[in-house]
Design a protein around this ligand. Structure first.
Ligand code: HEM
Length: 542
């Protein structure tokens, strides 16, 4: 177990620590929504100037972005005469329509979408099976992530050197899922006491913010253990780091690559990102040192409690994997992969519940039947919540975090079985969100049918299929193949535990006169409206 006070004393006095944090806080405006505000603070500039400036940059960069010899039609062009730079610019806010155009016309072959920083070859899902068999040395998702994040400028190229953050999930989290879910549940108890108000009357709450901190707490309990997970500085870092990284990447993509070295030095979010990483490294250094001290004190033969992910990473490292220089950022990237994705999925599900209140009673009934109304239900029972699983899967269908998943980079020239050639360095992607709304695959796709998968599972021989975590060529929410999301089993159960608490302890509804909040896209990424709130009250009927 890690203790916070020694942790702080190792890195120096609290005040030293706070100075470092304060410099981050000062610049990053402290809170998540405010940091998001920084990202859109460009609105403060005269809008017309900004548009002219952006158009000029896009025009320049569209001549400079890499053009691969991809033999595939381009999606979303207004006309033959539309300048490529305009198409690239439109992709920022219009990606859904552009991808949908490509999907309608070329869903059985391939098409290209033009993003500001590069072209993406969007392939039919019929190729997934053969691509799945290719080794990571030929087709890599880590390279796609690093390329998307402009790794050189966001300090993320170390992800190409080792996949320790994936190994720890595959070799430690998944085999010990039940233990870690119990830990997660303990931290949820704390979060519900600390972060969630329990009003007797309807009260508006910022549910997205609540869920972000809740999931940050739970992930941290599993990643670094208790009490380190209660460290407010660490929690804030986990929430701010992804936003600063996203803002850095997004703004830099607006500029042609030859300007990146200059821009990167003057870009405020990149400075905050650097501060985040600096602080993250300091904290992790202390955690490592604390862990080593405690391990040395343990008498031989003493049975060690099952460790958190950090301890596993220290014990199972090779090369420089256990150095704080890489372990700190790696833990922060693990938080990046887990926190916003999970909290967004949970808040989308709660908004869907408010928009479709007819599901509340059947879901409560199922929870009562499975858990017997006890808070200490066995975590294996979560798999018996078929209706809840189905509801969450339907919510995923309407609220994917990304329109194009999975994404890979070809590390060698590839020739597919039908002769399609994918040149080396091509970024490829699959139209995951369009597949989920295809009427040939999903009857009445525009209708939210929360028990769609539940009914399918009731059919003979189908009970283990159609799960929230199931992956097949039409369901790419968690990616595909060997490189699919290794955190999905944990995420699905965590979301179910959160839903159980909200369903059983609260009434929920949309704010007066408001519709279910819409999501918006930036490039192929999807976001919920950060201003969206809901109303909750403590349940009166129990
Ligand atoms: C609802 C929540 C989540 C969603 C929607 C999600 C989605 C995804 C997707 C689409 C990928 C890319 C897969 C591919 O390329 O085939 C991915 C990768 C990854 N996810 Fe998740 N994820 C979620 C939760 C989590 C959690 C809780 C963790 C950690 C505990 C996690 C850790 C990772 C990691 C480490 C990778 C990179 C895998 C690799 O590089 O091979 N994710 N996730």
């Amino acid at each position: 177990m890690l203790h916070l006070d020694p942790v702080l004393s190792v890195i120096g006095t609290n005040s030293t620590y706070e100075v470092v944090y304060d410099s981050v806080r000062l610049h990053s405006k402290h809170s998540v929504s405010e940091s998001f505000g920084t990202f859109v603070a460009f609105e403060a500039l005269e809008r017309s100037h900004l548009i002219c400036f952006a158009l000029a940059l896009v025009a320049v960069s569209s001549f400079i972005v890499p053009h691969y010899q991809i033999k595939a039609p381009t999606a979303g062009c207004w006309s033959l005469f539309e300048p490529t730079c305009l198409l690239r610019l439109r992709f920022i806010i219009n990606s859904r329509d552009i991808i949908s155009d490509g999907y309608q016309r070329f869903k059985n072959s391939a098409f290209v979408v033009k993003r500001l920083d590069s072209d993406l070859l969007v392939l039919s899902n019929k190729y997934l099976e053969e691509l799945r068999l290719l080794p990571i040395t030929k087709l890599s998702n880590a390279h796609a992530q690093v390329k998307n994040m402009l790794g050189k400028y966001t300090y993320s190229t170390f992800l190409l050197e080792s996949n320790q953050h994936v190994r720890v999930l595959q070799n430690h989290l998944i085999p010990n899922l039940k233990t870690f879910l119990s830990r997660a549940d303990e931290e949820l108890d704390y979060s519900f006491e600390t972060d969630v108000p329990r009003p007797h009357d309807w009260t508006e709450v910022d549910i997205q913010k609540i869920l972000q901190i809740m999931v940050a707490r739970v992930s941290s309990a599993v990643f670094i253990g208790n009490p380190a997970c209660r460290n407010e500085y660490w929690l804030k870092l986990c929430l701010e780091f992804p936003i600063n990284l996203f803002a850095t990447t997004f703004i830099m993509r607006l500029f042609p690559p030859f300007l990146h070295p200059v821009i990167s030095w003057i870009l405020p979010p990149r400075y905050w990102l650097r501060q985040n990483l600096k602080l993250g490294k300091q904290l992790v250094t202390s955690m490592i040192s604390d862990y080593r001290k405690q391990s040395a004190l343990k008498s031989e033969g003493e049975v060690k409690e099952k460790s958190n992910l950090l301890e596993w990473m220290i014990e199972n490292s090779s090369g420089n994997e256990a150095d704080p220089e890489t372990l700190g950022p790696r833990l922060m990237f693990l938080s990046l992969a887990s926190i916003h994705s999970t909290s967004s999925a949970a808040s989308a599900a709660l908004f869907d519940l408010c928009a479709h209140p007819e599901y509340v009673e059947p879901l409560r009934q199922e929870i009562l039947e499975v858990t017997g109304g006890s808070k200490n239900y066995c975590k294996e029972d979560l798999s018996r919540l078929w209706k809840l699983d189905s509801f969450l899967k339907e919510s995923q269908r309407f609220n994917p975090p990304i329109l194009l998943s999975p994404q890979r980079v070809a590390l060698t020239d590839l020739t597919l079985s039908d002769g399609t050639i994918i040149p080396r360095n091509t970024s490829i992607a699959f139209p995951s969100a369009a597949l989920l709304m295809d009427p040939l695959l999903v009857p009445s796709p525009e209708t939210f049918d929360g028990f769609r998968s539940y009914r399918k599972r009731l059919q003979p021989g189908e009970s283990t299929k159609h799960l929230m975590v199931s992956i097949d060529k039409n369901h790419l929410y968690f990616g595909h193949g060997k490189q699919a999301c290794p955190g999905r089993f944990f995420a699905a159960n965590e979301i179910k535990m959160i839903m159980i608490r909200f369903l059983m302890e609260f009434d929920l509804r949309l704010c007066d006169g408001k519709e279910r909040p819409k999501s918006f896209t930036v490039d192929e990424m999807c976001f919920a409206d950060p201003r969206a709130k809901m109303q909750i009250r403590k349940r009166r009927d129990i």
